[in-house]
Design a protein around this ligand. Sequence first.
Ligand SMILES: *Cc1c(COP(=O)(O)O)cnc(C)c1O
Length: 365
Amino acid sequence: MSLPRVGFLDLTRQHRALKDELLAATERVLESSRFILGEEVASLERELAERCGTAHGIGVASGTDALRLALEALGIGPGDEVLTPAFSFIASSTTIVMTGATPVFVDVDPVTCAIDPALASRAITPRTRALVAVHLYGHPAPMPALAALAREHRLAVIEDAAQAIGASVGDRPVGGWSDLACLSFYPTKNLGACGDGGMVLTPRADLAERLRRLRHHGDVGRYQHAELGTCSRLDALQAAYLRVKAKHLDAWTERRRAIAVRYAKAFAGLPLDVPGDAPGARHVFHVFTVRHRERDAFAARLRELGIETAVHYPAAAPLQPLFAGTPGRWPVAAQLAREVLSLPCYAEMTDAEVDAVVAAVRAAC
Ligand SMILES: *Cc1c(COP(=O)(O)O)cnc(C)c1O
C-alpha cells in the first residue's frame, strides 16, 4: 500500500487559491497609502464584532497583545490574581505576568481541555479579579458555568478565542460571552493574516474606548496622552487580507468539521481518545487533537507512514521553565502533555490525504 505523504498544514494552498483577491487588496491599500489603522481596520473591526455577536472590535498587533491589553483595560496589575488554565498556549498565562498580576493555574477538564469550573471555584481568593477562559483547539470552554461563577464572585471573564473563531455554545458564538474576548490572526490560526495581528472584542463602549487609547500610547486625540499605553496597532494590509479571508471562513470551518467527522467515525474502536462537540457546543477544529497512551511511539509510526503530526503542547504551562517553582498540582494538564497529538486537519486537504491519514492511524494505533 502506497500512501501520499501528508504535511501537518500547507498554507500555500490557501494563498494560491486567493491570490487574485489578495493582490487586489494589496493594491487597494497601496493606493490609499493608509497603512496603520484607518478604514480597512475599522471595517474589519465592525465585521468581526458582528460575526461574534458583540459590539466593538479593537485591532491590535497580535493575539498576545490582545490578551495583555484586555487585562490592562480592566485595571488588572500588581497584587491581583487571575485564574488561567494549566494547559494552553503560553500566552494565556504570560500576559497576566506582563501586567504585574499573578497567574493562578487551574487544572483542566480531561475531555474539553478547558479550565474546570469546579476547580476554578476552589482557587478563588479575595485577590482574584478575573478568569481567562481558553477555547482550546477550537472547542468552546464551558461558558455558562464559567459566567455563573464569575457573576457569583464578581470576576471579569476574558475569553482567549485565539483558536476558536466560529465556535459557539448554544446559539451564542465564542467572543460574545464575556466583557473581553481576544482573537489572534497568527497565520496558522483558522482566520490567519499574512503576518501578525490580533483583536479584542467587547460589548462595552467604555472598555472599547480605553483599549483604543492603550493601543496607541494612551492618546485621546491630537497628541493628548491620558495614560501610559503602548504601540500595538493592526495594520491596514493585514486587515485587508483578513477581510478577504473572512468571506471564506464559514466554508473552511465546514470543511474542517467534515474532516473531523470522517476521522471520528474511522477511529471508533481504536485505543485513541477522539475530539468532538460537547453537548450544545460547536467545535471548529483549529487542530484535531487525539490522545494516545504511547503518544511518542504512535507519532513515530505515523511519521514512518508519511503523516506529519504536532504536539499542542508538550508541557503544562506552570511546568515550563519560566514558571519553575509555581506551587500547585495539575494532574490532568500533565497527562494531556504526555498524551496529546494533533493530526492534519485543514480546509485545503484533499480527500486522498484524509484517507491516507485514516489508513495510517489505523495501521499505527
Ligand atoms: C496563538 C495564541 C495566542 C497568541 O496569539 P499571537 O497572535 O501568536 O500572539 C494566545 N492564546 C492562544 C490559545 C493561542 O493559540
